[in-house]
Design a protein around this ligand. Structure first.
Ligand code: ARG
Length: 611
């Protein structure tokens, strides 16, 4: 960040750095560590550097702490150090001056809330959503859409809106898509479906049927042949294989027609595409995830780029033949598994489109950072793609290619979340059910509200609940999906944060009705101070999401703010306080409203001013 930071920790760190430079000139020391105090009785923060410094300096840590204390200039920032400030083996306890807190709150209190886009930050692509044609969005796409959207929102805030490009790498090409296209064309020719009115639900069914139709027993035949298991069983298998083999051949022929731009095939494919994307993007919209038609650049988008790319890799000796397929070896990157970029049958695969994607994103789109928000189970795939891209020079050597992997959503039985029939759960049904649970909760809380208002609140609460649940756990961890728990207004939940925000807005509305105005900040009470210190660390929490790609960092910080606000609300009467306390507290409450509102918006949670 280029603007002066409001973060007290950073300011203290700077002061300690200067003290270290003055006390121990010319000696290389580890970076200074200042952290929130473990026990607020002793101070707000503590510097823990005396111990590691002591090791480097060969001196007792308490002496090092004293030497640092002797050199440090805390003017205007923290209370002067006393003998009692140094504790235990050499912790230095620090208490901020209230005037310093007030001044920093004033700096934070701007439209940008202390977050200033870095003009030097590189263009960044966020790969998100990644749905597949002819399939309903299922629970697996919740995370790629919600986490991806959140990371994009945060990065937009940190580096500027025009520097973040969302890319939806839709699975819209290849043999499976050709299978469903071929089957759909047959059904249409037989007058069994109407392409004009077909729904994604129907396509989903046709997709499954087409897979079954093409389910050959080639593997078993090869096995029987290899083992010479007898002519009878072979004949049986070959008879059973006739229909699926024909269907598969038909699908392959359809793929060739699709690839060569055959108008009839293309028309049906396009219809599948349009129906799928309309439904999926509507589901994203329900989740408040910004995934729009212009973000789609799926496998088909790279179709024409694949053959020349692969040819070039062959020419340069980067892709080599192995067993009829083309591969890129990655041993020099410590990856023993080579990546396959062309199958034995000449077809390109998933990895090939991703290589073309790296080239396009770092070339045409000029991105220097590409963030892939995709399931952890694809970790090896991305390792391979990134290594192969570097090896082949498909991106600049300093391009940052990052996989932001996420864990699996589990049902309440602790197993991957499945529907009763064992299929993956459809995302629309998940949202419906969350709305039902939220409605029950809202009705019990506000029995007297008109039903339409109850419903509006329930819908907002449901989205907040789903998104927050998905974002609040460390990304890589699996988590259990519990409708009842996530819609609760107590505990570390989305609705709890919505209520906290609504409370700040409610107080502001009452103050306004009484003609009260907020004044400058004047922190006094410990609960005011605790809240203020968290607010001052808000920009840092947002920054941390940008570097770690870990939205849970922001969730945890907002949750702490909501708790601190609740304590402030109970401990420090606002409207009934006398001046000047009242207007100073109102200022703190208003700033909390803005920080919470900003943070929740970065998490993509819709806000309610009143609940
Ligand atoms: N369609 C893929 C799937 O469902 C996800 C795409 C992720 N993005 C990527 N660039 N590979 O697994």
């Amino acid at each position: 960040m280029s603007a002066p930071t409001v973060d007290p920790i950073e300011a203290l760190r700077d002061r300690f750095q200067q003290a270290a430079d003055a006390a121990f000139p010319g000696i290389a020391l580890p970076p200074v560590a200042v952290v929130p105090s473990g026990n607020t009785q002793f101070g707000d923060y503590q510097c823990n550097s005396a111990m590691p410094f002591a090791k480097s300096l060969g001196k007792p840590p308490r002496q090092v702490a004293q030497e640092l204390a002797a050199k440090i200039n805390l003017d205007g920032l923290a209370e002067p150090l006393t003998d009692k400030s140094i504790a235990g083996p050499g912790f230095i306890n620090l208490t901020l001056k209230n005037s310093a807190i007030d001044a920093r709150l004033g700096q934070l209190n701007t439209p940008a809330l202390g977050i200033v886009p870095d003009p030097a930050a590189p263009i960044t692509v966020v790969d998100l959503c990644g749905v597949n044609l002819a399939k309903q969005m299922h629970i697996g796409h919740l995370r790629s859409s919600v986490i991806g959207d959140t990371l994009a929102r945060v990065l937009e805030r940190l580096i500027g809106k025009d520097k973040v490009v969302r890319q939806n790498h839709v699975g819209d090409w290849g043999l499976p898509i050709a299978m469903v296209t071929a089957h759909l064309m047959d059904l249409e020719a037989a007058g069994k479906v109407d392409l004009g009115t077909i729904t994604l639900d129907q396509l989903d069914g046709i997709y499954k049927e087409s897979k079954k139709l093409c389910d050959t027993c080639d593997d078993q035949i090869a096995y029987v042949k290899a083992w010479g298991s007898g002519t009878k069983v072979l004949a049986e298998l070959e008879a059973a294989n006739e229909a699926p083999a024909a269907a598969l051949a038909h699908a392959k022929a359809t793929l060739v027609r699709l690839q060569s731009g055959d108008k009839q095939v293309k028309r049906v494919w396009q219809r599948i595409y349009d129906v799928t994307m309309a439904a999926c993007l509507a589901t994203c919209a329900r989740l408040n995830a910004i995934v729009l038609p212009e973000h789609s650049a799926g496998e088909s988008f790279y179709e024409e780029k694949l053959a020349p790319l692969v040819e070039d890799l062959v020419k340069r000796g980067i892709a080599i033949e192995s067993d009829g397929a083309l591969i890129v070896r990655l041993d020099e990157f410590g990856i023993p598994e080579p990546v396959i970029i062309r199958k034995r049958d000449g077809g390109f695969i998933y990895a090939t489109t991703d290589l073309a994607g790296v080239h396009y994103r770092t070339g045409a789109l000029k991105a220097k950072r590409v963030v892939y928000c995709v399931d952890a189970r694809q970790s090896l795939h991305f390792k391979q793609v990134f290594a192969a891209s570097k090896k082949a020079g498909l991106c600049p050597p300093d391009a940052l290619l990052e996989h932001a992997p996420f864990g699996t959503i589990l049902g309440e039985d602790g197993r991957p979340f499945k529907s009763r029939s064992g299929d993956s759960v459809k995302l629309n049904e998940v949202i419906d059910e969350a709305e039902q649970s939220a409605l029950a909760e809202v009705v019990s809380r506000y029995p007297d509200l008109p039903p339409d208002q109850q419903l509006t609140i329930a819908r907002t609460v449901a989205v907040a609940a789903i998104r927050y649940t998905d974002l609040a756990t460390e990304r890589i961890k699996d988590y259990v999906f519990s409708f009842q728990r996530m819609v609760k207004a107590e505990g570390d939940t989305g609705p709890y944060l919505l209520y906290a925000y609504a409370r700040t807005k409610g107080l502001a509305a009452k103050a306004e009705a009484q003609g009260l105005k907020a004044s400058t900040f004047a922190v006094e009470h410990p609960s005011e101070k605790a809240l203020a210190l968290l607010l001052l660390r808000y920009p840092e929490a947002v920054n941390a999401v940008g570097t770690t790609l870990e939205p849970s960092r922001l969730c945890a910080h907002l949750y702490n703010i909501a708790n601190a606000y609740s304590k402030f609300y109970n401990d420090c009467p606002v409207l009934t306080a006398t001046e000047p306390t009242r207007s100073a507290r109102l200022a703190l409450s208003d700033l909390t409203a803005r920080v919470l509102g900003d943070g929740l918006t970065l998490l993509g949670m819709p806000l309610l001013d009143r609940m």
